[in-house]
Design a protein around this ligand. Structure first.
Ligand SMILES: Cc1ncc(COP(=O)(O)O)c(C=O)c1O
Length: 357
């Protein structure tokens, strides 16, 4: 008689919740089921499997018939592979000062690919044609890294959203000046849900050339993708992915996760919960004496300034990030599995510490 292996011990308390990052959450049940369904038997490696083939067709239905998809393991890689494919050796990318690609990727664009980032200050994490213009100069000047790409984040690192018109006007300006447009879409589904639009309606239709499509934050295990909307805009993405150490040998499992997110409204529902929980948190805290909300809450993040001593006491129980030490600004992030009870308890804890202080 064959005996079943003992289940692996669970080392954490699954009831524990935090407001630190959407990466603190685990996997959506649909993603777990998709991984199990993709298991067993043999499939060709390195992307020649049926799951990746199916993903190509789903991505074309979302992003347009010319789109191609290159699954990778994480968002930093999606951004670096995208920008590397979009730029020549002498190219530079214009990005917001708050961009993840600038602040949180360990200098990977610079160190891995030698890409110069030209940063622009913003109040809300959003670029505009006018702010891009402050760095879009020196074309043809051999002394300046050539600004040949613009990278914007949707939804932004500050929890704000670009409208379709705002993205379209950035694309129009950028293309007119010979620059391609990349979207860091680590939270693209949060944006789609908040805008009430399909992914293609605010990327392909607005003129975007390349997207980093995020899966992990919305409930995948580690599945992101470079989506090349306009194949004329870039070349060699498959080679760049490989030399960037992001070509998955068992790609069926990365693709199966992304397929699960596209299936029905799995990712949109996950995003709807995360976004609604952020709105609920804001609703509880807005106007509370001693606390100032600093950004519009348009996706799944709430930003606020409060006395660091108060934040410290809340942090003893609940995890979240201090965004800016100099101002005491903190970030509270909601996930697909954040519950109304989590939000209510967390808001009550903050209010209790504010009045205790
Ligand atoms: C805006 C943005 N882009 C990209 C990423 C991807 O990061 P990672 O390489 O950790 O998957 C993140 C994750 O925090 C992010 O917030």
């Amino acid at each position: 008689m064959t005996s079943r292996p003992d289940p692996a011990p669970q080392l954490h308390d699954p009831r524990w919740r935090a407001f630190a990052s959407d990466n603190y959450a685990g996997m959506l049940p649909e993603v777990v089921a998709a991984l199990v369904a993709a298991n067993g038997g043999h499939q060709p490696s390195y992307g020649d499997d049926v799951y990746t083939e199916q993903l190509r067709s789903v991505v074309r239905s979302e992003f347009g018939t010319r789109a191609d998809v290159f699954p990778v393991f994480n968002g930093t890689a999606a951004n670096v592979v995208s920008l590397t494919a979009m730029l020549p050796r002498w190219g530079a990318a214009i990005v917001a000062e708050s961009a993840h690609v600038h602040n949180d990727e360990g200098g990977a664009p610079e160190r891995v690919s030698g890409i110069k980032l030209l940063t622009v200050p913003t109040v809300d994490g959003k670029l505009t044609p006018d702010s891009i213009a402050t760095q879009a100069y020196g074309f043809g000047d051999v002394h300046r890294a050539q600004p040949l790409a613009v990278s914007l984040t949707q939804s932004t690192e500050l929890g704000t959203l670009y409208s379709v018109d705002e993205i379209a006007s950035i694309c129009e300006y950028s293309h007119r000046h010979g620059m391609l447009v990349h979207v860091d879409g680590a939270r693209l589904w949060n944006a789609a849900e908040a805008l009430g639009l399909s992914l293609g309606e605010f990327t392909t239709a607005a003129g975007v050339d390349v997207v980093s499509l995020g899966g992990t934050k919305i409930g995948a295990l580690g599945a992101e993708a470079v989506v090349v909307i306009d194949p004329d805009a870039v070349s060699g993405t498959d080679y760049i992915r490989k030399l960037s150490m992001q070509l998955s040998s068992k790609m069926r499992f990365v693709s199966a996760q992304l397929l699960a997110l596209f299936d029905g409204d799995t990712a949109l529902q996950a995003a709807a919960n995360a976004n609604a929980m952020a709105a609920r948190l804001r609703g509880h805290l807005e106007g509370t004496p001693g606390l100032t909300i600093t950004q519009p809450t348009q996706a799944n993040a709430v930003f606020a300034v409060l006395d660091p001593a108060v934040a410290e006491r809340v942090l003893a129980v609940w995890k979240f990030y201090t965004w800016d030490e100099s101002t005491g600004e903190v970030r509270w992030m909601c996930s697909f599995d954040t519950t109304a009870e989590d939000v209510d308890e967390f808001a009550a804890a903050i209010k209790a510490e504010l009045t205790a202080g």
